[in-house]
Design a protein around this ligand. Structure first.
Ligand code: IVH
Length: 682
């Protein structure tokens, strides 16, 4: 194929792939299988590899990210990004309609839409190409986050149809519920704080520096507002319908309403309907449909006069704050929990609610005995959002946040800039010990499924297991006949447990079998802060056994791909602790695997001779993960940051400028994908 033919084919393939992206991500209606889709993408990747100068910025191969942005460029909005005036009452919606009728001189047509609870984004298209993606910022200036936005598959990079040469389209980037849960589960597992809600997750993701990381997260985007000098229609509704034809994801949950009754019907329907949506909304937006009328109405400094947001009230109740408990979690984090006079809220009786942290308690100036407002919002756990000071009894007592751990008495600590207090006594504080034990036996760790939370508690309460190594000393006689009555809790009935012959044998068998669990999972099971499954695997594969990890210096650790400074520090601290070292010795003596198995270490081929590689940018033939795997398969090592110890930089398109500079300073050879393939083929 000559270059001219390749150019035509690349264009055709790109368009076809983007059409399938559109069917899948925008219409939720794929027309080909994933396999056939991958074939098309492979064909495109193949051609782009042969003719690298034909790679277009709008190529679907560019959606995997790879560009690193250290600081986002600040951009001034062409049209300021205003906000909407909010209302919570039907009365105010009636006033809004009356006001508009008065200014326009007659009744007008409205469009009702959902109010998406995410992060506002302004996309700028020139000649059908996405050129900028700007956050709201302060409304006047925002950040251009285009590298991250390009990874969102439902946002078209190139438009089709009859679009204006230049226009802006605004919408909301959001984190869908199912992806949000997965993200938080993963964060909790590695000891990171979970995001409080999907909106924070969306906003945090959009601000990440590595777009390849953003590409792994399932952000989505719905567009709801077009701006420009040459928009195709006289109404907002028709503009959105055209935008749908150009390739944008436009909501189908939108209605033209001719009067207040129709507006209220939309509002009421969605008050129920929103509970079934796979993302969060917090209200309904009512907009004047005619653009000429919108212009006539104009805007105040803060918000347009032609639109209003009706916000759904989070269900809220007023009740008495009886006392505050302090709970200590697995990582030692202390959470204040309010005990309330039981009250019905959104269909369930609420007795307890979160009080967040010490700062919020001070901000709310909440006192024991106060009447407090409890709300059930997007989050599942009810929270205290305010105090009715007019109902404050004279006897109300100011809350003094505890200074010592309620479980073990140790003085609590708070890191600079953080709101949460921690109990630092990780080795002797009961909930932290039990948490470590529960983690140790969990499925992805040692998988001792004959034990569970309740049984661990029994072993702990009876002083039989105070440390993970104690599990391997357990004897039949110690366990047989052990009893406990678990009292009724909010979600569980009373339970009586007694260890009989079969239970005991099961427990001992499970413990014995766990001695075969491979080293990488044992390492994860130890519960080192920030060492999740993936990090444990990397440490195990790279250092091969526990003694090497123990000896590793900070530099040795950060030299491993995806291991950053925070993780390295946590690993070093762990191995500084004598008690942990003792535990490891005991576990070793019991036959737990502390060395990688022979099969795992066998490399396919040792052509790369243990050389270290920093991979940067986007590749034509392989995804970044694939290329990293190739390096490992051929006996090389992946490291994440460039240092004097690095042997090669393997650079794709859009290599990070920081890495490039450092490589040049340190005189480290930069090789291309093709040169790398030659190396392993040799
Ligand atoms: S229209 C001038 N439509 O609400 C206002 N905004 O408080 C143009 N929002 O910043 C925005 N859903 O982030 C509009 N269907 C919708 C919306 C919506 C959510 C957000 C948007 C805006 C904020 C205003």
């Amino acid at each position: 194929m000559n270059k001219e033919e390749a150019k035509i084919k690349i264009r055709k393939l790109s368009e076809e792939i983007e059409k399938h992206n559109y069917n899948y991500y925008v219409l939720s209606n794929p027309v080909i299988s994933d396999y056939d889709f991958d074939l098309l993408l492979d064909e495109l990747i193949d051609l782009e590899q042969k003719f690298p100068d034909l790679i277009e910025p709008d190529s679907p191969t560019q959606r995997v990210g790879g560009e690193i942005t250290k600081e986002f460029k600040q951009v001034t909005h062409k049209y300021p990004m205003l906000s909407l005036s909010n209302t919570y009452s039907e009365e105010e919606v009636r006033d809004f309609e009356k006001r508009i009728k008065k200014i326009i001189g007659h009744k007008v047509e409205y469009v009702c839409e959902l109010k998406y609870d995410g992060v506002a984004i302004c996309l700028i298209y020139k000649n059908g190409l996405l050129t900028q993606a700007i956050t709201r910022g302060d409304g006047v200036q925002g950040d251009d986050v285009i590298a991250n936005v390009k990874t969102i598959r439902s946002i078209p990079i190139k438009l089709h149809g009859d679009f204006p040469d230049e226009f802006e389209i605004r919408g909301e980037i959001y984190y869908p519920h199912n992806g949000f849960k997965k993200l938080n589960d993963e964060r909790i597992e590695i000891g990171e704080d979970p995001f409080a809600n999907p909106r924070n997750a969306a906003s945090g993701t959009l601000k990440m520096q590595d777009s390849a990381e953003v590409a792994k997260r399932p952000l989505d985007c719905i567009l709801y507002y077009l701006l420009g000098d040459k928009l195709p229609n006289k109404t907002h509704y028709n503009n959105l319908q055209d935008a749908k034809r150009w390739g944008f994801k436009i909501s189908k949950n939108i209605a033209i309403c001719k009067n207040l009754e129709e507006i209220f019907e939309f509002i009421n329907d969605w008050n129920e309907g929103r509970k079934k949506l796979p993302f969060d909304i917090d209200g309904v937006v009512i907009k004047v449909n005619s653009i000429a009328e919108q212009e006539k109405l104009g805007s105040t400094a803060k918000s347009p006069r032609w639109a209003i947001a009706y916000k759904y009230k989070a269900e809220r109740a007023l009740t008495k704050l009886l006392s505050i408990d302090y709970q200590v979690g697995r990582t030692g984090a202390v959470t204040p929990v309010a005990n309330l006079k039981p009250i019905l809220l959104a269909g369930t009786i609420v007795k307890r609610a979160s009080l967040h942290n010490a700062d919020i308690i001070a901000q709310l100036d909440v006192r024991i005995g106060d009447m407090v407002y409890v709300e059930k919002g997007g989050e599942i756990i009810p929270k205290i959002v305010g105090v009715d000071i007019s109902k404050r009894p004279e006897s109300a007592v100011k809350v003094k946040f505890i200074k010592n751990c309620p479980e073990c008495g140790t003085k609590l600590v708070r890191k600079e800039g953080e709101a949460i207090f921690y109990c630092p006594n990780e080795l002797d504080c009961p909930p932290q010990i039990k948490g470590k034990l529960e983690h140790f036996i969990s499925r992805k760790a040692m998988n001792i499924d004959s034990l569970g939370e309740g049984k661990i508690e029994m072993l702990y309460d009876n002083n039989l297991v105070l440390n993970i190594a104690d599990l391997y000393d357990l004897k039949y006689e110690q366990l047989f006949g052990l009893k406990k009555i678990f009292p009724e809790t909010e979600n569980k009935k009373e339970r009586k447990v007694s260890f009989k012959d079969k239970t005991v044998k099961n427990i001992l068998n499970g413990i014995e079998t766990s001695k075969q669990v491979p080293f990488e999972r044992v390492l994860y099971a130890l519960g080192i802060r920030y060492v999740g499954e993936t990090v444990a695997k990397k440490l195990a594969y790279f250092h091969k056994n526990i003694d090497n990890i123990k000896k590793a210096t900070f530099d040795d650790l950060v030299n491993i791909d995806e291991i950053g400074e925070k993780i390295a520090e946590a690993v070093i601290n762990y191995f500084k602790n004598k008690k942990y070292l003792e535990t490891i010795e005991r576990l070793k003596n019991k036959g737990i695997q502390f060395e990688i198995s022979k099969e795992t270490t066998a490399v396919k081929n040792n052509k790369l001779d243990n050389k270290s590689f920093v991979v940067s940018g986007v590749f034509k033939d392989f995804s970044r993960d694939e290329i990293k795997k190739l390096i490992e398969d051929y006996g090389g090592r992946n490291v994440s940051s460039v240092s004097s110890k690095t042997d090669f930089i393997l650079a794709g398109e859009n290599m990070g400028p920081g890495k490039f500079k450092k490589a040049q300073e340190l005189n480290i050879p930069i090789i291309s994908e093709d040169e790398f393939i030659e190396m392993v083929k040799k």
